[in-house]
Design a protein around this ligand. Structure first.
Ligand SMILES: N[C@@H](CCC(=O)N[C@@H](CSS)C(=O)NCC(=O)O)C(=O)O
Length: 233
């Protein structure tokens, strides 16, 4: 009997992945990194599947899009928002290393993976078959480290100590992909990630020379995400 429903959902403007996980027996569900623009799509799916959404969690305080967790709380009775205690953002649940987000008989455990921001977390399924890495580890890449307390050394250590120590076959689901890639594995990223296969000095050098422009929505996204995407809840 299948006990877990998993959906990967995509928001095209910010290239953000939202993930929905549910225990198919109890119908309890968790949503990871939901985006304001796709709130209707996500809530429609949840309703169609007859799920009871209990937690909406952000892997960090996003700088490129506005979260829908606050608006979801207004539309889903009993829903709780969650984010790292180091994010600086308000939420019902402030997460730290080792915490568990339970849905039915399943859970996600929290691994702190700072470096892109101070409050970045990676969420790992109880059986360590899936890891939701937010903007820490991307497929063949990683989150930038040039704002929001970003630190390349910290990110390198986070990924090597908290993500690359997971089983080789553990599936990696990042918060973004800009090339259409949907999933990787710990083993693949350990072997082929062009940034993380370097020494820490080489990695820092790459990160200091990315020369990326700032996310277009940064000025509105960060203040909004500090209050779950809304200023009135
Ligand atoms: N062009 C996009 C922003 C793209 C970007 O900066 N992505 C971030 C994650 S969202 S803060 C990132 O870490 N990218 C790493 C990389 O190597 O691309 C926009 O304007 O929103």
């Amino acid at each position: 009997m299948k006990q877990q429903r998993f959906s990967g959902l995509f928001e095209t403007e910010s290239c953000t992945y939202t993930y929905l996980l549910a225990d198919t027996d109890t119908k309890e569900a968790v949503i990871i990194d939901p985006v304001l623009e796709t709130i209707d799509r996500d809530l429609k799916l949840i309703k169609e599947l007859g799920l009871n959404l209990t937690v909406a969690v952000n892997t960090h305080c996003h700088a490129d899009h506005i979260t829908s967790t606050g608006r979801m709380k207004q539309r889903v009775a009993g829903l709780k928002s969650a984010i790292s205690k180091f994010s600086g953002a308000s939420a019902d649940i402030h997460l730290k290393e080792g915490d568990k987000i339970t849905f039915g008989r399943r859970f996600l455990s929290v691994r702190e993976t700072p470096g892109h921001t101070n409050g970045c977390i990676t969420l790992v399924t109880g059986d360590e078959s899936m890891a939701f890495t937010g903007d820490a580890l991307l497929i063949r890449g990683c989150g930038r480290t040039d704002f929001q307390q970003g630190c390349a050394k910290k990110l390198y250590q986070s990924i090597h100590k908290k993500i690359f120590t997971l089983p080789e076959e553990c599936l990696i689901y990042p918060a973004h992909d800009y090339l259409g890639q949907t999933v990787s594995t710990v083993g693949e990223e350990r072997k082929f990630n062009p940034r993380l296969t370097k020494s820490i000095e080489g990695f820092v050098d790459i990160m200091n020379n990315l020369n990326l422009s700032s996310p277009k929505k940064m000025g509105i996204a960060v203040p909004a995400n500090l209050v779950c995407g809304v200023h009135d809840v």
